[in-house]
Design a protein around this ligand. Structure first.
Ligand SMILES: Nc1ncnc2c1ncn2[C@@H]1O[C@H](COP(=O)(O)OP(=O)(O)OP(=O)(O)O)[C@@H](O)[C@H]1O
Ligand SMILES: Nc1ncnc2c1ncn2[C@@H]1O[C@H](COP(=O)(O)OP(=O)(O)OP(=O)(O)O)[C@@H](O)[C@H]1O
Ligand SMILES: [Mg+2]
Ligand SMILES: [Mg+2]
Lengths: 264, 264
């Protein structure tokens, strides 16, 4: 099972839109995908149309109550299984704070599922706290959605620092394997400049860094209002507007993701 | 001195872009403005071109070391004074946590300055933690930047809850006085729907709520790449592209802000 965390502590850069629609595109390409909502805002949960009743268990129960992933996972699409989140997750960081091995609760909860799915994708909150550290300690790959804007780049070094720290302390196989430009207006000089800067930065990475060999995806997700509309219907872009640029972009991104060389 | 917190815990919705460019527009309309960067990300500080040396004091020193606002404030423009932020501000919430009256440190630091400026604007971090509570306890008005997207609306009730709580516990004069749509694509059905929903929501507010009488500004800030470019030059939109839609929109927003009826 390929394991991928979609992470960036900067808010509103396309994490959820990417996690959900990439997962949906991979499913349409024949993959079995597990999508985990690890954000107390529960936007991925909303996006796929899951409505939670008071009895429903979520990723909070997995992390804090020892529930099994299988007790919370829901099939929302042919091969798309989602572990939903609920606002109570906001308490998880505090409740886990004093526990031994608090950074690897998620990794251990997922151990039994590696044969069940081809890919697991985690939608992270805009934060580098304990929940996000759990995501990083549970995956081998990190995808960073980036908005090609100046202010949006400012937090990148802190994110790479955190990935490096988790790799060194908890998970040697962890690396940044992909960077995807989201909400991209490629016709602007600003975007072109930032594409160039980021590609250059990744190309010149020292071999021992956590982002050496990362792929800056050729596919850039264009601004497309359909992508902002479909969450309000609880649908992925493929269910809502399969012919749109948004659908096209996530379809080609999925193809690039599947074509990535895997470490042996 | 009118006191305004620009706040929304959702990331990347236009808080900094609004705080900085509205402040600059008000200065060009003849107002004396104090802009406070209350975000450890320090984007407002970057946006106005302030580069901090190791000796420079910031809002962190005001909150945690008892420095005076005057020791940190810098004139960056004719009448625009900025209190910068630095990443060390991230420690402030922890360092203030055990202090008595920890929610009103900022309010008390500002007491001596009410005659110095016509307006004070605070750029908040995407969070509802102790720093943002300090912002709310230091102002009479809240401006909420909103992206007219479905997911962007999800956190609004939590924000209004927090404003209400600070008003009831610490600052009776506090109210949401303005809502400004940012990064708006008015030609889309999604935006039109959300404008309508938000206007309806505000109109039907019960009289005792913290947002009764709030103005949903007619001025909507259109998407304009110039607004995303100018922070990389350390300039406001007026210094960078005075003829752009971005400059036009913040100019008309400033006019609306100055035309707002003030409580007697
Ligand atoms: N390519 C796109 N075109 C248009 N709108 C988009 C696009 N990608 C995302 N959006 C919209 O922009 C907003 C932010 O995107 P999204 O929620 O995916 O970001 P995020 O990084 O997950 O945010 P958060 O940090 O709050 O979790 C949402 O309203 C989303 O619907
Ligand atoms: N009207 C606009 N048109 C184009 N780009 C914009 C516009 N407003 C803001 N931006 C850009 O969008 C990004 C997010 O805006 P901004 O930083 O102002 O949001 P924020 O709410 O302050 O974010 P944060 O939550 O990280 O503090 C920035 O890169 C900014 O330059
Ligand atoms: Mg999200
Ligand atoms: Mg900001």
């Amino acid at each position: 099972m390929r394991t991928i965390a979609v992470i960036n502590q900067k808010g509103g850069v396309g994490k959820t839109t990417t996690a959900v629609n990439l997962a949906a595109a991979l499913v349409r390409a024949g993959q079995r995908v597990l999508l985990i909502d690890l954000d107390p805002q529960s936007h991925a949960t909303l996006h796929v149309g899951i409505e939670l009743g008071s009895e429903d268990r979520t990723i909070y129960d997995v992390l804090v109550r020892g529930a099994a992933i299988a007790e919370t996972a829901r099939l929302v699409d042919d091969r798309l299984t989602v572990v939903p989140a609920h606002l109570d997750l906001v308490a998880a960081e505090i409740e886990l704070a004093d526990q031994p091995e608090r950074e690897t609760v998620l990794a251990r909860a997922l151990q039994a599922y590696h044969e069940h799915y081809d890919l697991m994708i985690i939608d992270c909150a805009p934060s580098l706290g304990l929940l996000s550290v759990n995501a990083l300690a549970a995956v081998d790959e990190v995808f960073i959605p980036l908005q090609p804007h100046f202010l949006a780049l400012q937090g990148l070094s802190k994110l790479l620092e955190t990935v490096t720290m988790v790799r060194d302390a908890l998970r040697p196989a962890l690396r940044v394997s992909g960077v995807v430009f989201c909400m991209s207006e490629s016709a602007t000089r600003l975007a072109q400049e930032i594409y160039g800067d980021v590609e250059q930065f990744v190309r010149s990475a020292e071999p021992e860094t956590a982002w050496a060999g990362a792929i800056v995806f050729n596919t850039r997700i264009r601004r497309n209002i359909k992508l902002a509309e479909c969450p309000s219907f609880g649908k992925t872009i493929f269910e809502y507007a399969a012919g749109s640029h948004g659908a096209e972009d996530y379809r080609t991104l999925a193809a690039e993701v599947l074509a990535m060389a895997q470490p042996t």
